[in-house]
Design a binder for this molecule. Structure first.
Ligand SMILES: Cc1cc2nc3c(=O)[nH]c(=O)nc-3n(C[C@H](O)[C@H](O)[C@H](O)COP(=O)(O)O)c2cc1C
Ligand SMILES: Nc1ncnc2c1ncn2[C@@H]1O[C@H](COP(=O)(O)OP(=O)(O)O)[C@@H](O)[C@H]1O
Ligand SMILES: [Mg+2]
Length: 186
């Protein structure tokens, strides 16, 4: 099966359970339900690394968790991004854009909060290492981040593009359901 990575997603940052900062010391910017629902089946639950941008700010490294957080037994699937940058303030309501480039591991349950935190810190270190590789660097300045783009380009279809719904990418790099149409870098 063709990989669905890179996967592009955009949405407004919404409230979660407030555990990321308070219990884990690792905040995660949560995407709204409609963004989670647009994920194709091929994007399995688990931990991904890539790049993230908040509103018109710079692009930062990120690590993302997709799933039901087995440690907390959430009833709803979530898609949460920890951005590897220290922000002065919260940014609820801001537009978050991400490009997911690689998969690290599946979601796990843990016997203690400390073990969950240790695993997340390991994911952050692994993401940092991966994203420093030349093959991942070019996505930092991808037109998805730097160009004009429609705010709702998750799950954009060939028909949308035919109807003139643009996602701000050059014709050679149009998005189809969050993946690059010409299949490069996948
Ligand atoms: C890199 C990363 C890896 C994670 N891995 C797991 C995991 O294996 N199991 C799990 O239950 N939750 C995992 N989480 C999710 C945390 O439990 C979640 O971020 C926390 O519950 C915060 O949720 P909130 O945004 O609703 O406050 C991970 C989060 C991140 C950022
Ligand atoms: N480096 C960061 N990465 C992600 N979110 C951050 C970061 N720094 C600050 N935040 C803020 O913290 C919020 C996430 O904290 P968290 O405790 O996970 O709360 P919630 O459960 O509401 O998602 C984000 O929505 C954002 O406003
Ligand atoms: Mg969160």
């Amino acid at each position: 099966m063709k990989s669905r990575l890179p996967y592009f997603a955009v949405g407004t940052v919404v409230k979660g359970f407030g555990r990321g900062s308070k219990e884990l010391g690792i905040p995660t910017a949560n995407f709204p339900e409609h963004v989670v629902e647009q994920l194709p089946a091929e994007i399995q639950t688990g931990i991904y690394y890539g790049w993230a941008k908040v509103d018109n700010g710079p692009t930062h490294k990120m690590v993302m968790s997709i799933g039901w957080n087995p440690y907390y037994k959430n009833e709803k699937k979530s898609m949460e991004t920890h951005i590897m940058h220290v922000f002065e303030d919260d940014f609820y309501g801001s537009e978050l854009k991400v490009i997911m480039l690689g998969y690290i591991r599946g979601e796990k349950n843990f016997n203690s909060l400390e073990e969950l935190i240790t695993a997340i810190k390991g994911d952050i270190a692994e993401s940092d290492k991966q994203l420093s590789l030349p093959e991942h660097q070019n996505f930092k300045s991808h037109p998805f981040f730097t160009g004009r783009s429609e705010p709702h380009c998750n799950g954009i279809t060939k028909e949308d593009i035919a109807n003139g719904i643009s996602n701000g990418l050059p014709d050679s790099k149009k998005l189809i359901n969050g993946s690059l149409e010409n299949g490069d870098n996948s």
